[in-house]
Design a protein around this ligand. Sequence first.
Ligand code: MSP
Length: 546
Amino acid sequence: MPKTFFITTAIDYTNSPPHVGHAYEKVLADVIARYHRLKGENVFFLTGVDQHGQKVQQSAAKAGVPPAEFVKDITQKFIDLWKKLDVQYDDWAETTSDRHKKVVQGILQRLFDEGQIYKDKQSGYYSVRQEQFLTDKERGSDGEFGPEWGEIEFREEENYYFRLSQHKEWLLAYLENRKDAVIPDFRQTELRNAVEKISDNRQSGSDLCISRPKSRLDWGIELPFDKDFVTYVWFDALTNYISFAGYTVGEADSFPYNAQPSTFRDKWPALQVIGKDILIPAHGIYWLIMLHAIGFPDDQMPQLLVHGWWNLGGAKMSKSAGNVIDPFVLSEKYGSDALRYYLMSDIATGRDADFSEERLVERYNADLANSLGNLLSRTLNMVARYRNNIATRREDPAAGFGLVNKLRSDTPSPNILTEEHARLFSDLMDKQLISSSLNSALIIANAMNAYVESRAPWKLFKEPSHADLLDAVLYGLCESLRIMAILISPVLPRAAHGIFDQLNWKMELSGKEERFSLEDAEWGRLPDGHVVGKPVPLFPRIETSG
Ligand code: MSP
């Protein structure tokens, strides 16, 4: 059986409702998942919510609601948003669920039995926001802890520690041997530098505190070997990536990687989509070391795809700063496809971007309404007017090249340029470069609009001797639209269905994702004599008052 393509996202804290940054990450993973389904692969897409921890307990207390009730309410908001934005996942991780709890406790017990977890006393400065003790490493050049740590207090406490520093050399060697453990490259370099700084000496705070005393935090998973403590939220949350994929725990030493059920091994390892803020130390250090410590071989380590952030006026979006953008409002106002398009087209994967509603409208109007939408409506209008809705298969004899190796001032061949850009699209999608791949799909629309101008079908129609050329032009337009619909379908699923519906193509699969496949993006699959449908505005222009 072919291996499943497994993709995960970070699981969002349920301390406040989702903002556009959360939406970006889930849409990004959804687009990658849809692209792999488009290639005919079996896909397992896991996302969910991080329901435990101090942040959540504090927010619930502030709202005067028990944490369990509080998280239920916020969790529902995330679920509603994914439905609204067509984020189509295969399983949903909620860290308060029993199946997850069982795996977290099983792993803790195993590490404890193996002596990888020990009890110790620690005193020092503690960041309430980041839920961790701080060391001198975290001080800025002025000797102070920066604002990113939030409120700081002095604490003395007994806790359990995971021997993280013991695995430092392994992690360095692993990163040395696998150059694409983290993408993009510059993030792998950052991670490597951070790992090098891990001290081998536990006293400097290099081991990971994996417990919190119940006396100050009880909203978590109880340690299986000490009921006075709950599990540190990151240890709990990271485990979701395997607990919801069928990872199984048994007796302390009886669950080596190779003994895992095939349902788990068929999926694992995953491509894990995360934001830049949670690579170091959470995913790049804690998570990789956790997996190594429980026996995952190096060739079964996940790959981390690290995306950048959407900022607002150059500043970080945060609830406390009061500058969060509500994705519900945007999708209500402009539609799910318009928001997905903006989030995927106006940021380069791995880099930051500045969110702007004006840009959203601008890009929608330019790329979708004026270019692609216009091409669809003029094409269908012409096929109706000149050919009674019938597309007759002919080749444009005078056109003979594409655009990538373009010879200027001549007419490109619709089939060459479409296939050329479809290939480019795939190459870029395989590298998760979504905005560039979208661009290569939309270049086809621009080029075909120019092709309409240069071939001027309205003139050809008046000349009976040009009947074949007119057929070729109209067929070329329909066929390029059909292929473009396939290419844009991961980002714009609704529009892609709209184009197929109007082309009257694969109607029996209308509304279903199986309607699209990359294999079908081959020139000439639209049969001779195909009857197209009527044009309906696909991307009505967004009028702004400005
Ligand atoms: N609960 C942890 C993750 C645990 S994963 C085992 C967490 N949650 S979060 O809600 O704060 O963030 C969830 C994801 O959203 C992170 O990957 C984070 O980078 C991403 N984003 C949060 N704000 C963002 C932007 N403004 N822009 C893009 N992504 C951002 O961290």
